[in-house]
Design a protein around this ligand. Structure first.
Ligand code: GLV
Ligand code: MN
Ligand code: MN
Ligand code: MN
Length: 400
């Protein structure tokens, strides 16, 4: 089987046009946006040209299916609200090139997937979570994005394309290539990361309510100011979490909605996202306890009401040993000094798929470790190295 690097790079650049941000190679292609749907429709054509039978499922996951039992390769083609051109797209386009090359060579059978809403506009890796059964469709339909749009309403934009869910039994295993989104490969001058395991995540919204009032006339000691409460919570939390975490643990307040949001009003309410990740499920629970306790204590001291939204999450998972070994062997053969084993601190659809079938992941470097930003990029030589390593591993990956 002979992959074509030029054709692969051209597809990657062609996909980047959908939702191009105009800043560097960045993209704005959140799940179910017109740009996301247009990108998926473009992928339909590329998948058909690769000899695949194409189908959308009820949540907008896009499938390019080979005949019979096959190896599944892919990732996602939605992006963060400000995203890079490779996050997700790389794995989908690499799957496409490998399926196309396999089709030209008369085997092995490779199917391709682009999962929907991996970036969590509505939840955590929503499309693959629903497909794998860890999130029910009924429950997902009740989830809302930060603007209050429901998942049910968002996916209605793709209702005209929707077919049946795909039976996971038709796949022997799943492989996802992704950019590292961290600094380690780039720092070491290495081209390939073979993923050992993916960390777990917890994510919820927290609301603190005080009292909206006049910013000129309300004395400081009488205020129940939502921003001051959030600020105190954040400071106390950073302090207390340090007692339970390791250097690999991370936590982020990435979205804040301060009400009503005016220069001359003491804000009465804040709704913010609280997300934390770690490779150990027990530590994730300890972090949760600290977060809840700290929020309650700060709210108490500052005269605020606190409430916690639904907590979503994914457990830490290990990658399949056989598939992992196949990729590691191909990397060892092609770039003996240029690869390493590593944990994934980012989330991936592979976490969900691993509950259905053997799953593995491979990383290529992110320049300066930047991702979830318009400036995300990877050297062409590393993109091609990734393609060649997976192509070399395919005969072994497809065995089963
Ligand atoms: C998703 O891309 C994540 O890891 O946040
Ligand atoms: Mn991704
Ligand atoms: Mn991402
Ligand atoms: Mn991700």
């Amino acid at each position: 089987m002979q992959v074509n690097g030029e054709r692969f790079l051209k597809d990657l650049h062609d996909l980047r046009v959908f939702g191009a941000s105009g800043v560097g190679k960045g993209v704005v292609r959140p799940a179910y946006s017109p740009a996301d749907i247009a990108a998926r429709e473009w992928l339909v054509g590329r998948m058909r040209d690769a000899g695949l039978d194409v189908r959308f499922d009820p949540v907008g996951n896009l499938w390019g299916l080979a005949k019979g039992r096959s190896l599944l390769i892919g990732s996602h083609s939605d992006s963060q609200p400000e995203g890079g051109w490779l996050d997700g797209a790389l794995g989908v386009v690499m799957g496409l090139e490998l399926a196309r090359a396999a089709n030209e060579a008369g085997g092995p059978a490779i199917s391709v997937v682009s999962f929907q809403d991996e970036e969590g506009r509505f939840g955590v890796t929503t499309g693959s979570a629903i497909w794998s059964g860890s999130l029910s469709l009924d429950h997902a339909d009740t989830l809302t994005d930060s603007a209050g749009t429901s998942f049910a309403d968002a996916r209605a934009a793709m209702a005209h394309l929707a077919g049946e869910f795909v039976d996971p039994a038709r796949f022997s295993g799943f492989v996802e290539c992704h950019i590292e989104q961290g600094p380690w490969l780039d720092d070491a001058g290495q081209s390939i990361g073979v993923v050992t395991d993916i960390v777990g995540i917890r994510d919820m919204r927290i609301t603190m309510e005080g009292e909206q009032n006049h910013a000129g006339t309300t004395p400081m000691h009488l205020r129940r100011d939502a921003f001051q409460a959030l600020s105190a919570f954040n400071t106390a939390l950073n302090d207390r979490l340090r007692n339970v975490v390791t250097p690999q643990s991370v936590w982020t307040i990435g979205h804040v909605n301060l009400h009503p949001g005016a220069h001359s009003i003491v804000p009465g309410k804040v709704v913010f996202s609280m997300q934390w990740r770690d490779g150990d499920a027990v530590r994730l629970k300890r972090m949760e306890d600290v977060i809840r306790d700290t929020a309650c204590e700060v709210a108490d001291t500052m005269g605020m009401e606190v409430s916690f939204g639904e907590m979503l999450g994914l457990e830490p998972v290990a990658m399949d040993r056989h598939l992992h070994k196949a990729i590691a062997q191909a990397a060892q053969d092609l770039v003996p000094e240029g690869w390493r084993e590593m944990q994934s601190g980012a989330l991936h659809d592979a976490t969900n798929v691993a509950s259905l079938m053997p799953a593995a992941m491979m990383f290529v470097p992110s320049i300066n470790g930047i991702s979830h930003a318009f400036s995300e990029d990877t050297n062409e030589a590393d993109l091609l190295c990734g393609l060649n390593v997976l192509a070399a591993a395919v005969p072994d990956l497809a065995k089963s």
